[in-house]
Unconditional design. Structure first.
Length: 330
């Protein structure tokens, strides 16, 4: 059932994210069908931009690893040899250089094209065939368009299926979840935008190559708690290390990402995302582990929103429990 439900789930998530864009276009007197189509095109464009941005980073970083590796290893040898000599430790640097060069050459492709080919082969192998992959992609776009086209009618139909006696209970819960997720998405978008500008500007001033791409990628993956930061931090640190070696520029990159984490954690997220979600950092890590184990990569992406929804259910259960006669009975 997971293979059948996955396209519908992906389309629903995308529709929920893009629905405010359709509403804004409708405010501008654009017909709903045309607004839905424009929103769909915008969503596809954003997804392609993210993929191309990542490919641009890989296209630059991967060849740089092979190009800069010998000089980087020479710098390490120059720095480490006196210290090892004082400890009466001698290393065969020529043998180390030879073995590491062989490993780098065998494991690292000349550019991102080979990596893309392998990734695409893996995706196609997991989906069964090229036809099935394309069919799922077309199905997602098809479902996404019609969800955007009749979003209100879809939920109106669902609300009519709720039994009358449960509507006073379920409808407020759904409204609270919707408000919570809407606030989260709007705030998270602003956080991503500000972080992209912050990191791009900082890396550019330091002199890191592909600073704009690295900064934009850091902002885009900020919606994945901890994991996104770790990936972008690793790419930027690796790029600075290969470009400058162990130098002050590397320290500046580390300081930049440290300042970015402080900015995001103590100012942007509390102010823009808000404290309404109310998840403790330990709860965030727990949610990442649980939902990642249950649903894989998509579980990691959706861990925070799903944890927020769970929090609404817990609040509701707690309120009903505290209001119950069993709890109040002495």
């Amino acid at each position: 059932m997971s293979e059948i439900l996955a396209p519908f789930l992906a389309a629903f998530i995308l529709a929920y994210i893009l629905e405010p864009v359709t509403v804004r276009l409708e405010v501008l007197k654009i017909p709903r069908s045309l607004a839905a189509l424009c929103t769909l095109i915008l969503g596809v464009f954003i997804c392609l931009a993210i993929v191309l941005l990542l490919l641009n980073l890989l296209q630059h970083e991967i060849p740089l690893i092979k190009k800069q590796f010998p000089s980087w290893l020479a710098s390490i040898q120059l720095w480490a040899t006196p210290k090892l000599t004082n400890l009466n430790i001698e290393l065969d640097w020529s043998h180390i250089r030879e073995q590491l060069t062989i490993q780098i050459s065998s494991q690292v492709a000349d550019n991102a094209n080979n990596l893309v080919t392998k990734t695409l082969s893996t995706v196609l192998a997991s989906s069964g065939s090229l036809f099935l992959f394309i069919a799922n992609l077309v199905l997602i776009l098809f479902i996404l368009f019609y969800l955007l086209l009749d979003w209100k009618g879809f939920f109106k139909l669902l609300s009519q299926l709720i039994p009358q006696r449960l509507r006073p209970i379920l409808i407020p819960i759904v409204q609270e979840v919707d408000e919570l997720l809407s606030q989260y998405l709007r705030g998270q978008f602003l956080v991503m935008l500000i972080l992209a500008i912050f990191y791009s500007t900082g890396l550019y001033l330091i002199g890191v190559q592909s600073a704009i791409a690295l900064g934009a990628f850091t902002g885009l993956v900020a919606f994945i708690p901890y994991v996104g930061f770790l990936i972008s931090f690793s790419l930027s640190t690796l790029g600075a290390l290969l470009q400058f070696g162990p130098s002050n520029a590397l320290i500046l990159v580390l300081a930049l990402y440290g300042a970015g984490q402080l900015l995001e954690g103590f100012f942007l997220t509390p102010r823009l995302v808000g404290e309404r979600i109310g998840l403790h950092p330990v709860a965030v890590l727990f949610a990442l582990m649980v939902f990642g184990q249950l649903f894989g990569f998509f579980g990691i992406l959706l861990a925070l929103p799903m944890a927020a929804i769970s929090l609404v259910a817990i609040r509701f259960s707690k309120a009903r429990y505290l209001d119950s006669s069993w709890f109040k009975e002495k």
